[in-house]
Design a protein around this ligand. Sequence first.
Ligand code: PEP
Length: 253
Amino acid sequence: MRKPLIAGNWKMHGSLPQVDTLVQGITQGAKADPKIDILVLPTFIHLAQVHALLSHSPVMLGAQNLYLGQQGAFTGEVSGTMLKEVGCQFVLIGHSERRHLFHEDLALVAAKFKAALEAGLKPILCIGETQQEREQNQTETVIRSQLESVIQFAGISALQQAVIAYEPVWAIGTGLTATPEQAQTVHATIRGLIAQNNVDLADTIRILYGGSMKAENAASLLAMPDIDGGLIGGASLNAASFLAICSAAEASL
Ligand code: PEP
């Protein structure tokens, strides 16, 4: 049985008081002993503040990005070791905004994935096709290359500590959502690709859906057999809507 994970990607949002209010709303509303894993991913600048606010809460902390190595002359970057030191357990790797806006290629994403593991962080590897790739029936090819580049570089056993997030690029921040059936098809494909390397791992690895998931559509997506949680952008910035998605995940058990 895979434990659902609901993760809130706050992207470049929040001020000190807004973050305070959001975390308090989430921690007050979250059950003391939830049957699911709950994770928030604030900006780098808010990590220490959120870590302190989460000290008596089951809600976990993660970051949205990292750079390779432990330290060095990489102006503007933050290492996995630094993230671990401020209480992060997870880190997003290869989010489509990093791949497309910041030109992170397959090799850099694979290197970041390995760097996360070396720092003792659990990578959440984001993969997904663009609208054009879907229209050209390239979804499986894209997913396969995004997954295989990591497996080839880090080894299949590296996925043991990881979570996969299927995020169709056309659904991120657009209000468009993959239908539960569309998402399930790709999730099953991802699990099948992993099973070609390791059947047990394919059975245990969590595959999240991301792309305009919200309170209204969460239950139907989370009811799908291969959807093990959600990576939530916009709807994670409001405690009530984030908690409603968490409740839908609990109800799906
Ligand atoms: C995301 O950024 O990972 C995401 C899924 O965003 P949204 O929920 O806003 O589409």
